[in-house]
Design a protein around this ligand. Structure first.
Ligand SMILES: [Zn+2]
Length: 708
């Protein structure tokens, strides 16, 4: 009698003994601001610079490594429908090369750089490809690249009659966009073949613009919950209303797109829909390369392509970057790449001392708040090429090495591992390139009117390196746009800090596969958040930990929360204290965790904003003392991670019991002294309390978790 209540997955060791019964087993003008380091390229500029302009559709894609195995490119086969300028090499399918893509377990993305999706349609502004070593892929003639990268593609929003690029939206493809193009002197339009999808495109049907609407099933939105959430984190929005249709069909849920300030809409991926019925939709809020859900109205379109906007607005606090594998989004983890717990960036000779100082300030602003394990190496590197080479390179480069009108960009290089069911990507390397033709302000003073503040820009790009996406929230560093002379050198506690802590703290857990986990950075030289003057954690001879801090006087301080964690990831409140008359505080933790215990202080102000102290740590990696750590706890989904710190090499038995004392599963495994990760699929467990017991060498360790 075997049922699959819980399955245990074991990593790194093949010997699995399964006992016990059961196994666990156009409308809008271009903006004055720049979108994330993009300088707007006008339509006349793009038409003048492109040698070939076509309307087309991506009908096939293949990613590949260049010959030096430095970078991944994607060749996109694009079927041509209409020609607006020049003579392409063929009238059938042309080849357009874009930077980045996925080859098996290797994936690369670039900020401010176009990445196309299969079946996308639009207008491509093309120039001959300058990307190297692509000859083996040029089977049908020369390859093209898109001028100005993400600005060189005006994407159609089919089946609706709309199109957009990073700075402009066009309502009416043939009426508005075609007209704008044909008004330019270099444009001579010629139809190559029919575009049936465009011919079927039509304006959105709503009760306002369609007089027949009253006889059609126009959807209505009564409400959605919650009002506020994060995107790309798996958070689910529940929308209630009517006429959604019994099934989704070609129905859609769309959100304002944070990448252009809400000018366009971003659609949930097929895998984001949890359920769809005539009066209720449950959908995950998306954040991936093609678009990032932002605050704003939510739009539902039913299978009849009739749409409705919500009356109220959703507030998206922050968005976490997702990368796609077979159209399923994954949130990348950070790992221990440098052997010291995290990542080291290296500048080359293009980075002057002032720029390095500015970058370091931005780096510390993040690491002191999120404990991300990043450091800038004092020694420069001789490397000058943006390539996968194991070096996290920070460099300035000539404008010609970047897409036109780009101030700088971040390359994220990921690697993946695991089975399809438990697949994960980790950040393997980050490279920064900044345009050296720009007038930068590197100092800590105020930039001149025509300058960009480098610390502000670096802080934003380091947010992308954290794997945080854009947000349409002007007070946040991850707001999609940065303008000349803008200074934003502090993280926003509602958005940026929460986002950073989300992505970083999940990386402090043991990995199922791939490199070892990220270790929290214990930064000693952090600028403490006002009014904090000092914060220390000291191990006492008695085994206690003593936490001491003092502050300057502050009338707007409401209270302190002293938090602790066993792994830097799962924080619990140790105590909560009001501001005292004497600004020196001493708190004793009588029972620190086995091994390391991490502490941080949250200062909460009267307006409910807050700031974290840097993380402090006491203890040692004491593998002589054994223990079990489970997370997340309580368990909301089915991914339960377990770390067993073994006191010795030997065989451990781990049993899971329910509260009635029934053994639901057992696993026996050889383990090594120190940390040993296990992974449980708890899909078969009902909600409730469970007990986990580990026995090794006749010593027993017990802990509990709750499934909710
Ligand atoms: Zn950005």
């Amino acid at each position: 009698m075997i049922s699959t209540a819980v399955r245990i997955k074991i990593y790194n060791y093949p010997k699995i003994l399964l006992l016990c019964l059961v196994l666990l087993v156009v409308s809008k003008p271009a903006w004055a601001q720049e979108t994330c380091l993009l300088i707007p390229a006008s339509l006349p500029e793009r038409v003048a610079q492109a040698t070939v302009i076509v309307e087309g559709k991506v009908v096939a894609q293949k990613a590949f490594w260049d010959q030096q195995h430095q970078n991944i490119y994607t060749v996109n086969q694009v079927e041509i429908y209409e020609l607006f300028k020049g003579e392409p090499s063929t009238n059938k399918n042309i080849q357009i090369i874009t930077e980045g893509g996925r080859v098996n377990d290797d994936l690369q993305t670039y900020s401010n750089t176009l990445s196309l999706q299969l079946n996308q349609q639009g207008i491509f502004f093309l120039e001959p490809s300058v990307f190297p070593t692509l000859n083996q892929h040029q089977s049908t003639g020369p390859a093209y690249a898109v001028y100005a990268s993400s600005q060189g593609f005006i994407q159609y929003d089919l089946p609706f009659d709309e199109a957009h690029d990073p700075f402009q939206k066009y309502e009416g493809i043939t009426s508005t966009l075609y007209r704008a193009l044909r008004a330019l002197p270099q444009v001579q339009a010629r139809i190559i073949r029919a575009n049936p999808e465009l011919q079927k495109a039509q304006p959105r049907k709503t009760s306002l613009n369609n007089p027949k609407a009253r006889t059609q099933a126009i959807p209505t939105i009564a409400d959605f919950t919650p009002d506020s959430l994060s995107a790309g984190t798996g958070a689910i929005l529940t929308i209630t209303g009517s006429n959604f249709g019994q099934s989704r069909g070609q129905g859609l849920v769309e959100f304002s797109n944070a990448n252009d300030g809400g000018s366009s809409l971003v659609r949930a991926l097929s895998s984001d829909y949890i359920s769809w019925s005539d009066n209720q939709i449950k959908v995950k809020v998306p954040a991936y390369a093609a678009g990032v859900a932002a605050s704003g109205q939510v739009r539902v379109t039913n299978n009849d392509l009739a749409s409705v906007n919500s009356v109220k607005s959703l507030f998206v606090k922050y968005a976490v970057t997702g990368v796609l594998k077979d159209d399923v989004p994954y949130t990348p983890y950070h790992v221990n790449k440098d052997g010291n717990g995290g990542y080291i960036f290296r500048a080359n000779a293009s980075v002057n001392a002032e720029a390095a100082g500015s970058f370091t300030r931005a780096l510390q602003t993040w690491t002191c708040q999120t404990a991300m394990n990043w450091q800038l190496d004092a020694q420069p590197t001789t490397l000058t090429v943006n390539a996968e080479d194991g070096i996290n390179l920070f460099q300035f480069t000539t404008g010609s090495a970047l897409p036109a009108n780009v101030l700088g960009r971040t390359t994220s290089r990921y690697k993946g591992c695991g089975t399809n069911q438990y697949y994960r990507f980790w950040v393997d390397e980050i490279d920064f390139e900044f345009n050296n033709n720009i007038s930068w302000n590197f100092g800590s003073g105020t930039p001149a009117r025509n300058q960009y503040d480098f610390e502000t820009v670096a802080l934003h790009e380091l947010g992308h390196a954290h794997q945080i996406s854009h947000i349409n929230y002007t007070r946040a560093v991850m707001h999609y746009s940065i303008s000349r002379s803008q200074v934003t050198r502090q993280l926003n506690s509602i958005s940026d800090i929460d986002a950073g802590n989300f992505v970083v703290s999940r990386s402090f857990r043991s990995n199922i596969c791939g490199p070892t986990r990220l270790e929290p950075l214990i930064a000693e030289n952090c600028v403490l958040p006002v009014p904090l003057l000092s914060f220390t954690a000291t191990a006492q001879p008695t085994g206690d930990a003593l936490l001491t801090w003092n502050t300057a006087s502050a009338t707007d301080l409401s209270y302190f929360v002293l938090e602790r964690s066993a792994n830097g990831s799962n924080w619990t409140t140790l105590t909560k204290l009001p501001p005292a008359a004497t600004p020196t505080y001493n708190v004793t933790d009588p029972q620190p965790f086995i091994g390391f215990t991490y502490y941080r202080l949250r200062q909460v102000f009267n307006n409910q904003s807050f700031a974290y102290s840097p993380v402090r740590r006491v203890g040692t990696e004491n593998t002589a003392q054994a223990g079990i750590t489970l997370f997340p706890n309580p368990l909301q989904n089915n991914e339960l991670h377990l770390e067993f710190r073994a006191p010795i090499n030997g065989t451990v038995s781990i049993k899971v019991y329910d509260t009635a004392g029934r053994c639901l599963g057992l696993i026996t495994r050889l383990v090594s002294q120190g940390n040993n990760p296990f992974y449980f699929d708890a899909a078969g467990l009902t909600k409730g309390l469970y007990i986990v017991q580990a026995t090794i060498n006749s010593a027993t360790y017990v802990t509990k978790f709750v499934k909710i």
